[in-house]
Design a protein around this ligand. Structure first.
Ligand code: HPA
Ligand code: ZN
Length: 326
């Protein structure tokens, strides 16, 4: 296979990345040792071997377990900083990461511990690496509306460093409208909204994310292809989809990358973007996701540039930063 160095050189933007999903096995082991946490694995190799998933839930079980090593503010700093240095190597100029506070507060880690570590690293990323960022807080959709409200309340002290809220975790059986009232409150607070929808769940969940949660972007959204009316609506309104190719094949949303629909949607005028989701678990960061499309679908340079332009259009960066990146 070709090296596709041009795809590493291409300046990129990432809009769908879970910080907890960027925890590499090496850092997981280092933090487990530092914090005296027992891991159910003997080696980094054993961890990597466990990363075979047949669906979203398979992955989530192991992803929440991995997050147990994150305890102190410095752990969240180290996690975020490792991701940003990877972004620098891959010419990613702007990022809008997600974090899942409930994964940590439910284990007794304070909200401020999580947030302070992350924002200190994002600030250093801006100052030392020139990577701009906006932070998005996600609610775990398998938990209750009440717990989401409690989480939103904790975020109210940090509205200057959180640009929006999102919705992740187990999709099927937890439709977007379960969180309509929480999202309405978030919008009242001036937060932007995004939501995972149409990853494993039906195209209907993409409609309700748009109509009930009033999202600015849909995360994944690849099942939209099942609904022709929805596809035209997405194209007409330029509703962005943050698509994650390697995630989709790792979690068997598509059996093979050659079957992925991202380039079909791009040609149909949908504002699709390329992202890595949980790179430590799915086998690659931004460059590897673009390379996978080049290998399986003959991604052209024109298409690659369009995908990045879509990300800039879809981003929450201010107009000045957007203009700089174009
Ligand atoms: N889907 C749902 N929840 C998640 C994902 C995802 O792709 N990654 C991390 N949490
Ligand atoms: Zn995701």
């Amino acid at each position: 296979k070709a090296s596709h160095e041009w795809l590493n050189q291409l300046p990129k933007v990432e809009l769908h990345l879970h910080l907890e999903g960027s925890l590499e096995p090496e850092l997981m082991f280092a933090l487990a040792q530092r914090n005296n946490v027992e891991l159910p694995f003997k080696s980094v190799e054993e961890v990597r071997a466990a990363y075979e998933f047949s669906n979203l839930q398979d992955f989530l079980d192991i992803y929440y377990q991995g997050a147990n090593v994150l305890i102190h503010e410095q752990d969240f700093y180290d996690l975020t900083w490792a991701y940003l240095t990877k972004c620098k190597e891959q010419n990613v100029m702007h990022v809008e990461p997600f974090f899942d506070p409930q994964t940590h507060t439910d284990r007794g880690v304070a909200f401020r511990t999580v947030l302070n570590g992350i924002i200190r690293a994002l600030k250093d990323g801006q100052e030392k690496l020139g990577i701009s960022s906006e932070l998005i807080m996600c609610f775990l959709r398998h938990l209750s509306e009440e717990e989401a409200f409690e989480t939103l309340e904790m975020a109210e002290a940090y509205l200057d460093v959180i640009i929006g809220v999102g919705l992740d975790s187990s999709e099927q059986g937890h439709p977007p409208e379960k969180f309509s009232r929480v999202f309405a409150k978030a919008r009242e607070l001036g937060l932007k909204t995004v939501a995972h929808a149409g990853e494993e769940g039906p195209a209907e969940y993409v409609w309700t994310a748009i109509n009930d949660l009033k999202v600015s972007r849909v995360d994944h959204g690849v099942r939209s292809i099942d609904d022709a009316k929805l596809m035209s609506h997405l194209a007409e309104t330029r509703m962005p989809l943050t698509v994650c190719p390697l995630s989709n094949t790792k979690l068997c949303v598509f059996d093979d990358m050659s079957e992925h629909n991202i380039l079909t949607m791009l040609e149909d005028g949908v504002c699709v973007t390329v992202n890595s989701d949980d790179p430590a678990y799915f086998g690659g960061y931004m460059t590897e996701n673009f390379v996978a499309l080049a290998d399986a679908l003959n991604l052209t340079e024109t298409q690659a540039v369009s995908l990045v332009k879509n990300s800039i259009e879809a981003s929450f960066a201010n107009e000045q930063r957007k203009a700089e990146m174009l």
